[in-house]
Ligand binder design. Structure first.
Ligand SMILES: Nc1ncnc2c1ncn2[C@@H]1O[C@H](COP(=O)(O)OP(=O)(O)OP(=O)(O)O)[C@@H](O)[C@H]1O
Ligand SMILES: [Mg+2]
Length: 427
């Protein structure tokens, strides 16, 4: 079953109905790998599953045994896989390993460099891109590992899992004296298999995210957004919506017309990061800091589309679903011309102002009824707990659109005031 020029063989990792549908419009040779979470909670469309060439149901993308079995089955069937599309953090190691087994990657550490923050920063730093200084903290119970952090880094620092996500388990340590007690208090996130940590010097400034789709080293789109607050600042117990009503959590797109120089500098930095890490194709989500003096400092990159609300904002920018863009780029190398639904776009996460049990949360209908709200998604319901121990306990997202920056800012303040997740104290 060799790859035919017009109809490539594509493996999709994890369930996304729009992605599978778009891909099937472009090629009949779609292979789908679903994990236990997908089959148990995502209710994949059974009719659609009959249309793909084969579905592999596995327990976990991190299982070497299961991924090796998928690779072997594809090989013995003579399937020449052209592309592997993985769009969630949970499938990234497995998808990368599958690529290595199928001979799609020259460098066996290639996919690791998008997940392990140490390898990523080492490669990016070697290419001359500014990053925070860092030290590996493989075993925080070893005195020599802890001493290396204390001796080699200037505090404040950030300690975090080497391949975490969602800012879960990231902590800021202000003074060397506090390091030991902070490390002793860290309870590893149960979703993480590796408990190794990395320590980085804290970079002050604002935090941007850059979302792009690449083909042959060229961006089919490249969009810069700014978070209302750096993700880690959301863990500050005093962090709450500002008195002027500026939202606490969310991000908005900066247009190229508004900031041509920023676009030029970020695009240059992104190309340098791409050369360092060997990125030529596919979706990326890059995060960087803009220091108070204007210097851009690389933070991290993922070789997948962004999570949270960001995919929905990009879909409004494109004027069609981001999954269509990813499928088209994979198979044809092109995407339909973007037609933004509004000149100024962004989104808010309706995060409750304190930890507690949700007493009230707007329905999708409530959110869509508000003028200026283009899309809405509710991820929790009344009675659910929100701990506020990490910024990624998603409650509800609203995507907003306006005709000017001023109008957008007023809209965001109004929506943050009108649509709220209310909590009552826990137990
Ligand atoms: N060196 C640093 N200096 C300042 N802030 C940092 C630093 N490292 C991490 N942070 C903050 O912590 C957040 C989480 O860190 P990072 O992005 O490295 O990990 P993550 O958990 O993979 O993130 P994500 O939320 O993007 O999945 C960042 O978004 C940033 O706000
Ligand atoms: Mg991050």
């Amino acid at each position: 079953m060799p790859s035919s020029a017009g109809h490539p063989h594509v493996v999709i990792c994890k369930w996304s109905e729009p992605l599978v549908r778009c891909m099937l419009d472009l090629t009949p040779h779609v292979f789908l790998i679903l994990d236990h979470f997908d089959t148990t909670f995502m209710n994949p469309d059974r009719e659609l599953l009959t249309q793909v060439e084969r579905v592999y149901e596995i327990k976990d993308f991190d299982s070497l045994e299961e991924m090796a079995a998928v690779a072997t089955d594809l090989v013995v069937r003579g399937v020449a896989v052209d592309h592997i599309v993985s769009f969630t953090e949970f499938s990234q190691f497995g998808a990368g390993y599958l690529g290595v087994l199928l001979g799609l990657a020259d460098d066996p550490l290639w996919h690791v460099s998008f997940r392990d923050k140490r390898l990523m920063k080492e490669r990016v730093r070697r290419a001359g891109v500014p990053t925070a200084d860092w030290v590996t903290l493989a075993d925080p119970s070893r005195a020599d590992d802890v001493a290396a952090v204390r001796d080699r880094l200037a505090f404040p620092i950030v300690v975090k899992p080497v391949a975490g996500s969602g800012t879960i388990g990231a902590v800021r340590v202000d003074h060397p004296d506090e390091l030991r007690s902070v490390l002793e208090g860290i309870a590893p996130d149960p979703h993480l298999k590796s408990h190794q940590l990395t320590a980085e010097e804290f970079v002050a400034g604002s935090e941007l995210h850059v979302d792009a789709l690449w083909h042959d080293g060229r961006p089919l789109y490249l969009l810069i957004s700014t978070y209302y607050r750096p993700r880690l600042a959301l863990l500050d117990p005093d962090a709450a919506p500002g008195p002027d009503g500026t939202p606490e959590d969310g991000s908005y797109l900066i247009t190229e017309d508004e900031a041509p120089e920023l676009y030029r500098r970020v695009t240059k930095l992104h190309h340098e990061v791409n050369s360092a890490l060997g990125i030529t194709h596919g979706a990326t989500h890059l995060e960087l800091f803009e220091r108070p003096d204007g210097e851009l400092v690389f933070s991290e990159i993922a070789s997948r589309m962004a999570g949270g609300w960001i995919g929905a904002v990009i879909s409004e920018y494109l004027g069609y679903e981001i999954h269509t863009a990813i499928a088209r780029a994979t198979v044809t190398g092109r995407i339909p011309e973007p037609r933004p639904s509004k000149p100024c776009l962004g989104a808010l996460h309706l995060r409750p102002p304190r930890a507690g049990r949700i007493a009230a949360i707007p329905t999708v209908e409530d959110m869509l009824a508000v003028d200026g709200v283009l899309r809405a998604q509710r991820l929790r319901g009344v009675g659910d707990r929100v701990e506020r121990t990490n910024p990624s306990e998603w409650c509800a997202f609203v995507v907003l659109g306006a005709d000017s920056r001023e109008e957008y800012e007023a809209l965001a303040r109004r929506v943050a005031g009108e649509l709220r997740t209310e909590v009552e104290p826990l137990g």
